[in-house]
Design a protein around this ligand. Structure first.
Ligand SMILES: Nc1nc(=O)c2ncn([C@@H]3O[C@@H]4COP(=O)(O)O[C@H]5[C@@H](O)[C@H](n6cnc7c(N)ncnc76)O[C@@H]5COP(=O)(O)O[C@@H]3[C@@H]4O)c2[nH]1
Lengths: 179, 179
């Protein structure tokens, strides 16, 4: 199944590499940045999983209450013939309804973007209903893989959501802060 | 199908981004490096597709006649919430049987590494025969997608191979130079 392969590829090619090292990258960041990421509960990669597969390359465009702040130190590894391939996460500030500013390490899951692109290309023979079904299967499979993974325990938060009909321009920031 | 999704994701999430820009990245590299990549026939990304799915993160370990030389300039783009995600290719020197040194932009296709990892994990319910079948389907699907892609025409070389029984430690360099 398409989603099955994409979930495994996302795990072995990315999450399995970065999640176990996340705490160290955050500690390194804190040493250089006055211990700014204090709350250990937020020392997780928040992974956005919109069922619509509609992904913004620039998170600030999804919700103006989400602002890019800084990057974590990059992880650099030799991978499949690419020397020092770079993997990094970005830290955002998220303005809450209480006007408080929250720091959050957050990004979308890129495979959902692949599902979206496949549904746009006629030669992929992949329609909107396939896409929704595969998006749901992707989230379920990813959740199961991560649950079984000892090395990734406690390092991530899956944020699965469907955008409601009446589009609230601050839906996403509220959704992230719920978690 | 697993391979179907991986081929599409590899195309929309990587090849479609980098291949159309490859000539510009090589020209930029040549300006800074005394026009070293002279032969325009080699201005292609050589993509290694071993049917065994056995991928070396360090190409020099696959064959000592393949040596890392330098990187092309990286492509940096906002992608799915990651600011300035970095995509780069490495240039290798390959020693031929005639003792001549050849420059080559080469790397493995990462999705084959995902297929390998899936076949190693019991919970993926994916055995060695599935893996071989999916590796072949991956190469076939990838070839068809790239053939139809106008923006990627002439920018890549697919190097599909099976390692022979009597392992020649310089099999890979010879295989690449055949192309
Ligand atoms: N050679 C090579 N160099 C690259 O920079 C690169 N970037 C992507 N790819 C391959 O293209 C395809 C599509 O990529 P996508 O980003 O949708 O999925 C990626 C993405 O969801 C996640 N991932 C990998 N690297 C990063 C990264 N640096 N930041 C965020 N997510 C990442 O994990 C998935 C699998 O990655 P790979 O298994 O390395 O192979 C990918 C994949 O086959 C690359 N291949």
């Amino acid at each position: 199944n398409v989603a099955h392969g994409l979930a495994w590829s996302y795990y072995v090619g990315y999450l399995k590499l970065v999640l176990p090292r996340l705490k160290d990258l955050i500690s390194e960041f804190n040493r250089a940045n006055n211990n700014l990421l204090k709350c250990k509960e937020t020392w997780k990669l928040h992974i956005l999983l919109p069922m619509s597969c509609e992904i913004y390359d620039d998170l600030q465009k999804a919700d103006s209450h989400i602002q890019y702040w800084k990057d974590l130190p990059a992880l650099q590894l030799d991978r499949a013939g690419t020397k020092w391939r770079s993997y990094k996460q970005s830290i955002y500030t998220i303005l809450g309804e209480d006007k408080k500013l929250n720091y959050c390490i957050v990004e979308y899951a890129p495979p959902l973007q692949s599902l979206y692109a496949m549904s746009q290309d006629e030669s992929a023979a992949f329609g909107r209903e396939d896409r929704l079904e595969q998006a749901q299967l992707f989230c379920r499979t990813l959740g199961e893989i991560l649950q079984r993974s000892k090395e990734c325990a406690g390092c991530y938060r899956l944020i699965v959501y469907e955008e409601s009909g009446d589009s609230d321009s601050h839906f996403l920031s509220k959704e992230i802060l719920k978690h």
